[in-house]
Design a protein around this ligand. Sequence first.
Ligand code: 13P
Length: 255
Amino acid sequence: MRRPLVMGNWKMNGRRREAQALIAAVAAEAATFPGVDVAVCPPYVYLGVAADGLSRCPAIAWGAQDVSAYGDGAYTGEISAGMARDMGCEFAIIGHSERRTLFGESDGVVAQKFARALAAGVTPVLCVGETAAERDGGHTREVVLRQIGAVFASCGTGAFDRAVIAYEPVWAIGTGRAASPDEAQAVHREIRNAVAQRNPTAAVGLRILYGGSVKAQNARELFARDDIDGGLIGGASLVAADFVGICRAACPDLA
Ligand code: 13P
């Protein structure tokens, strides 16, 4: 059985004091979501806050929202995957749609970042997903499989042996309009099948998260689907009670 995983992507929000309070509040509730892997991804500058606040809370991990496509060196402003690992990051979000659209990250750059994370011992969480226009044009499968194919092409058949995929339809991110459980499950199944074609063993254990307007109210129905192994949570991860509610919704015995 795949262990559910719920990750909070704080994006570029909050200040140190809020980061401390949020982490403390979620850590205090860790006993209420047994059997669920939980991670928070604060902005880089607050990774130390996560490391301090969670050092005695083994139930909650932390991760980076991105890593550089380069290794250490003369790359002003960049943060390497090795640095993220050094700050205790277990995960790194790679290829979030905001990185792809606002910062021009191509499939190739995303694949390089994915490889850097793997090499540094950080589990990459590859974000994939289509825009509204791509969905309306019937291109969802093609877009998502292209994004995954770029990572296979660059990292080889074992790319997803130790990785996570997050399906985040762009039209659902921050809009309040989540994909329905049926819509999400259909794409998750396509993703698992695509990975299985290259690496059947990895596909069985691969955790595929859904992201896009997940709330405590819709999480349980989404997570109950066969191929939805948890969530990547944006806005609702900034409010402790909401995030904890989503983590509880992923508890295997409650699903
Ligand atoms: P929202 O949960 O705010 O829709 O954001 C989803 C997301 O982008 C997580 O990475």
